[in-house]
Design a protein around this ligand. Structure first.
Ligand SMILES: *Cc1c(COP(=O)(O)O)cnc(C)c1O
Length: 434
């Protein structure tokens, strides 16, 4: 029997479902990054997804248009069934979202124009005047500004606990927050920048669950930019939403700015409505570049992680080095080492190097590097180095800088995928000029 569509002359093609397993064998994320979520038959057989440069999409029928809008306006859950308008969704962004969700085994994902637009859209979705945001500290500087200064203008307050806090400390902060107002969101960042302190997400989840009956539990969101999506999967420790600056390891080539959220369906659906309204989705070209980046994500991150291990072992024993703040060097038996064992599968490739001396020594080191580039940001194929006290954290008050260990002799390093011996030669040479 011909289908209704064939009768009307427009055979409707549904995308072929990409396999996620072969028999009982479940496919790994690194394999899924090469084809998952894209059906070449829908794009002239093109092996790779084209970049869909269009602002709007043609409906097959008025009834289709109505159904798609029902999804987008939240009349039906799960988002739009079809493509409508490029502020809401597009093929490149949808493939990207399917693949982002794979790494953490999340229900769903959303792509954004930057890490900060992802974080802003998340916060705007959940906060109302009078609410309290509970967060770990320190946070990425722009996130702190957004929560404290910008949301503060709209009557939202916050309370924070230090990243390495114990269950008791977290309990106390949540209790104080409840006394202040409705707790809208618990927002974490782990490891914190630049202290590298890990948050005990399991303890935060247990504290949240003990403090609120199920129907009133505020979501837990966590910025997973530094270790995700390869070395940390905080949804497994009870977080509801994992937050990414895709600009960093996921993009990985220092050539784009983007953000992502992955997590629970019900929450992602609420955030999607906010993104549809304010238009913080990433553009198709950036989404396409991210698809290319994700194909090599595991290769890049593994190599960068191994490189960092080699470089840190070299730096740790160097006479001009005071200490190296690297997650691979946590003190055996310490609380941080315990969190690391429960939460992480790798130490990452971004760390803190404390030189003996002060700004003069840090600057001499940075100015002598020949392979590593003197730039902020992290997670790219090339090694980057910067001085937080003089750059990213310049405007932080001196007292807080001291408390966070942002001293003048601190150099932040993000290791790339170069040859490890070449990197060691570069650091060895730069240390000679200190
Ligand atoms: C870079 C970064 C952000 C902000 O991301 P953008 O893509 O620059 O907007 C947020 N959190 C962390 C931990 C970051 O490193």
């Amino acid at each position: 029997m011909p289908t209704e569509n064939e009768i009307s002359g427009t055979p409707k093609r549904r995308p072929k479902q990409s396999p996620t397993s072969i028999g009982n064998h479940k496919l790994k994320p690194s394999t899924l990054m090469l084809g998952y979520g894209f059906d070449p038959a829908l794009s002239e057989g093109s092996l790779k997804p084209p970049v869909f440069l269009t602002s709007t999409f043609v409906f097959d029928s008025a009834a289709d248009g109505k159904r798609f809008f029902e999804g987008v306006t939240g009349k039906r859950p799960g988002g739009a069934e079809g493509l409508i308008y490029s502020r809401f969704n597009g093929p490149n962004q949808e493939i990207l979202e399917d693949r982002l969700a794979v790494w953490e085994g999340a229900d769903d994902a959303l792509a954004f124009s930057s890490g900060m637009s992802a974080i802003a859209t998340l916060l705007l979705t959940f906060v109302q005047p009078g609410d309290v945001v509970v967060h770990s500290g320190p946070l990425y500087a722009a996130t702190e500004t957004l929560i404290a200064k910008i949301l503060g203008r709209f009557g939202v307050s916050y309370l924070d606990f230090p990243s390495g806090a114990s269950r008791e400390e977290i309990d106390a902060v949540i209790a104080n927050a409840k006394a202040k107002g409705r707790v809208a969101l618990i927002y974490l960042e782990s490891p914190a920048n630049p202290t590298n302190q890990l948050v005990d997400v399991e303890a935060v989840t247990a504290a949240r669950n003990a403090a609120f009956p199920e129907a009133e539990r505020p979501p837990i969101a966590i910025d997973n930019t530094f270790l995700g999506p390869l070395w940390a999967h905080p949804l497994k420790q009870g977080a509801d939403i994992s937050v990414y600056s895709l600009t960093k390891y996921a993009g990985g080539h220092s050539d784009l700015v983007a953000g992502g959220l992955v997590g629970r369906q019900g929450l992602i659906d609420q955030i999607r409505m906010m993104r549809n309204t304010i238009g913080t989705i990433c553009d198709p070209n950036t989404a396409w570049m991210l698809l290319r980046s994700l194909e090599t994500l595991e290769l890049r991150m593994e190599r960068a992680g191994l490189n960092a291990e080699r470089v840190c072992a070299f730096l740790r024993d160097h006479p001009k080095v005071e200490s190296v703040g690297y997650l691979g060097f946590l003190e055996e038996g310490s609380r941080q080492a315990d969190i690391y064992k429960r939460h992480c599968t790798g130490a990452g490739s971004t760390f803190s190097l404390y030189l003996k001396g002060g700004e003069k020594e840090a600057f001499a080191f940075l100015d002598s590097l020949k392979i590593a580039h003197l730039a902020v940001s992290l997670g790219g194929t090339e090694t980057l180095a910067s001085a937080p006290a003089a750059m990213t954290h310049l405007s932080v008050p001196d007292e807080r800088k001291q408390a966070l260990g942002i001293t003048d002799n601190l150099v932040r390093i993000s290791i790339g995928v170069e040859d490890p011996d070449d990197l060691i030669a570069d650091f060895d040479n730069a240390l000679r000029s200190v």
